[in-house]
Write a protein that binds this ligand. Structure first.
Ligand SMILES: [Zn+2]
Length: 337
């Protein structure tokens, strides 16, 4: 596996070969076979299981990245995906080149919780292994606060997303992660679980690919309006998020951004609903950026009830939270903001 955020020069043949050892068919989890190294072309990677559709059908490679998606069981359609050459179905600005992207940074602010837990995440995975392997799910764009993962030289970081970007190495659908069981020391998943149809399935996959006691960090919106249009499905309270990660031992959880941030979102979308203009709404949101500083002044429990986003940090476990325990969990929640 690879530290791949620096782009194409890191996606060398040797590195792809190294990743190949842990890749599996997303449908049957059979080993894959390919011409070495896999090159862009018409489905040069195949499943080794002769009973599997992908033994004959094969998987394409786009921008030197294997596209390991079972399109029969995905919201993405293969023909359309190949037509757009693996690019995101939603217009992206992962390099923050557009002025609207640059303006959204001061409006939304840094994710200080992710930043803090990123340090802990790096510390914890390094305690697991000399050269820890980290999977980033939804890593097409580097999440706010997660930058240190990519600059830490001892980590082997494998970025994945549903589209090919300079930050990814393999294109996947997180409902069927194309990796062996127990492959990673840590999984990082930030602002992704609202965009998947079945979050339970995705979290079960994270559990499967983590090594025993492997570390997970997830942050997910709670009080945020619809973003990314047709590809936005779910929100979580702190308790709902804990239940989602019920097969993980709890280290920390709570509010990522609080009631002030949620209010900015709400006003923006109110203006958008009134005017029909995303541009006017963003301008108003930018003028009200200072409201998010109230996040730090709010009381923990009610702030978590009104949070813009929530997080969970924990470890893969062999036991799970029981239904009655999730009720008690509410009163034990804390907000780190
Ligand atoms: Zn297969």
């Amino acid at each position: 596996m690879i530290s791949n955020h620096l782009g194409n020069h890191l996606r060398s043949s040797d590195q792809l070969r190294e990743v190949f050892a842990i890749l599996r068919c997303p449908r049957c989890r059979g080993p894959l076979v390919a011409a070495q190294p896999p090159a862009d072309g018409d489905r040069p990677i195949h499943c080794s299981n002769r009973d599997c559709k992908y033994a004959d059908h094969g998987f394409p490679v786009i921008s030197r990245q294997p596209v390991l998606i079972d399109f029969d069981d995905s919201i993405f359609e293969e023909k359309e995906f190949l037509f757009r050459n693996g690019n995101s179905i939603i217009p992206r600005d992962d390099a923050a080149a557009r002025w609207t992207t640059r303006l959204s940074a001061p409006m939304e602010g840094r994710n200080r919780v992710a930043e803090r837990y990123c340090e802990k995440f790096i510390h914890d995975v390094k305690a697991q292994s000399d050269r820890p392997s980290v999977l980033v799910v939804g890593g097409g764009a580097i999440g706010s606060g997660a930058e240190r993962i990519y600059s830490e030289p001892t980590l082997r970081v494998l970025g994945t997303d549903v589209y090919a970007s300079p930050n990814t190495l393999v294109v996947t659908d997180a409902h069927r992660l194309p990796f062996c069981d127990n492959s990673f020391d840590g999984v990082w998943i930030q602002a992704v679980l609202e965009h998947v149809l079945n979050p339970d399935t995705v979290v079960a996959e994270i559990h499967r690919v983590l090594k025993p006691h492997g570390v997970v960090y997830a942050d997910t919106p709670f009080m945020q309006q619809v973003h990314e249009g047709a590809y936005d499905f779910t929100r979580f309270t702190v308790s709902g998020h804990r239940w989602l990660f019920r097969k993980f031992e709890h280290t920390a959880s709570g509010t990522v951004k609080g009631a002030g941030s949620a209010l900015v979102w709400s006003i923006r979308y109110f203006v958008r609903a009134l005017t029909g203009s995303g541009r006017i709404a963003s301008s108003v949101g930018l003028a009200l950026f200072w409201l998010r500083y109230f996040d730090g002044l709010t009381r923990e429990r009610p702030n978590a009830d009104a949070a813009s986003a929530v997080f969970f940090y924990g470890r893969k476990s062999s036991s799970e939270v029981r239904p009655r325990e999730i009720v008690d969990y509410y009163s034990r929640q804390a907000s780190p903001v």
